[in-house]
Design a protein around this ligand. Structure first.
Ligand SMILES: Nc1ncnc2c1ncn2[C@@H]1O[C@H](COP(=O)(O)OP(=O)(O)O)[C@@H](O)[C@H]1O
Ligand SMILES: [Mg+2]
Length: 323
């Protein structure tokens, strides 16, 4: 991959609560190259959302302890002032969430919402911004965009609203689009259209993408590289083809085995991973996957260090083998 655009180093996000400290993210490091699409996968509660929300400081400082660094365009995002951070959010780095109703303003026409974001960040005239907003709505597949521009969020279906959110996220042509399970609620046809759109924009505006999903089918069709997260850590990191061909962490293997198979047309996972992730308050001192791992040995009492199987394939497991 080419130039590094974003560099996350040793990021920790901990939440002090009355019951103890919830260790949601525990020392993750990764880089994102220009025009790269990086997928972050892992089951619910593994720290995917907290891991990206904290990059943009969208979790109030009073609620969490942040440690590590996030380098982007010459600064550490974790050290920026609130004003600097606001300027960057939705401008250089845009984020799209799973639930569009929480991010779209219900009392504003959708066109005005998109247009405002363009004017605010790019300082262009209203007329130019309006045309650009209509163009974006067309781009994400909103029919009759010129008319629909004047409609309110509740006048759209869930799938349409999600596309509008994506249009709003893309309005200022961000360097990085961070999408947190944005297509989970959509049917597969629209999902496929949005994925094609993201790939097209990556080419056309040179955007980089961090795409969070628990759907490995989407990963296969979209990502360049994949980070697999478990209990707030990255347990495996590899180019997408490499991960699908040669998964080395038992958790990654389990995730891949639970993919519905195309040949049997079965919707049922073949082999879900049994058991539950560890308690994040009483974080294990062993390998965090130990409890659920069928390959565990005495060695796994010690947390595994990073192993590079190839320069681009890293895994955190004592039993990983180089091929
Ligand atoms: N404000 C908070 N206070 C305490 N714990 C939190 C808070 N936000 C998230 N968590 C916990 O952090 C862990 C990771 O959450 P999250 O990043 O949302 O997981 P994912 O997106 O992978 O499903 C979860 O156990 C969640 O309960
Ligand atoms: Mg999440």
């Amino acid at each position: 991959m080419g130039d590094t655009l974003l560099e996350v180093e040793d990021l920790h996000v901990h939440f002090p609560t009355p019951d103890g400290v919830v260790k949601a993210v525990n020392g993750i490091s990764y880089s994102l190259a220009k025009q790269e699409i990086l997928a972050i996968v892992g089951e619910s509660g593994s720290g995917k959302s907290v891991g990206v929300l904290s990059l943009l400081r969208l979790i109030p400082d009073r609620d969490c302890h942040l440690r590590g660094s996030v380098h982007f365009e010459g600064s550490d995002l974790l050290q920026l002032s609130d004003v600097e951070m606001r300027e960057l959010r939705g401008n250089r780095i845009a984020m799209v969430f799973q639930d569009p109703m929480t991010s779209l303003n219900p009392v504003l026409r959708i066109g005005d919402q998109i247009q405002e974001s363009i004017i605010e960040h790019q300082g262009i005239s209203e007329k130019v911004a309006k045309n650009r907003a209509i163009e974006l709505l067309e781009l994400v597949g909103i029919p009759e965009a010129e008319k629909r521009y004047r409609h309110y969020p509740h006048q759209f279906s869930g799938g349409m609203r999600q596309r509008i959110m994506i249009a709003a996220g893309l309005a200022c042509e961000p360097s990085i689009l961070i999408a947190d399970e944005p297509t989970t609620a959509l049917d597969v046809t629209i999902q496929a259209q949005i994925i094609d759109l993201v790939k097209k924009l990556r080419r056309e505006i040179g955007m980089s993408v961090i795409w969070i999903t628990h759907d490995l089918g989407i990963v296969a069709g979209l990502a360049d590289r994949v980070a697999v997260m478990y209990a707030g850590k990255i347990v495996e990191f590899a180019p997408v083809d490499e991960l699908f061909k040669n998964p080395q962490h038992p958790y990654s293997k389990g995730l891949l085995n639970s993919l519905p198979r195309l040949d049997t047309r079965s919707e049922e996972p073949l082999e879900a991973i049994e058991g539950f992730p560890p308690n994040l308050i009483d974080y294990p001192t062993t390998c965090p996957f130990l409890e659920r791992c069928s390959s565990r040995t005495e060695q796994c009492q010690t947390p595994p260090a990073q192993q590079a199987l190839t320069p681009s394939h890293q895994v955190w497991c004592h039993h990983a083998v180089k091929v």
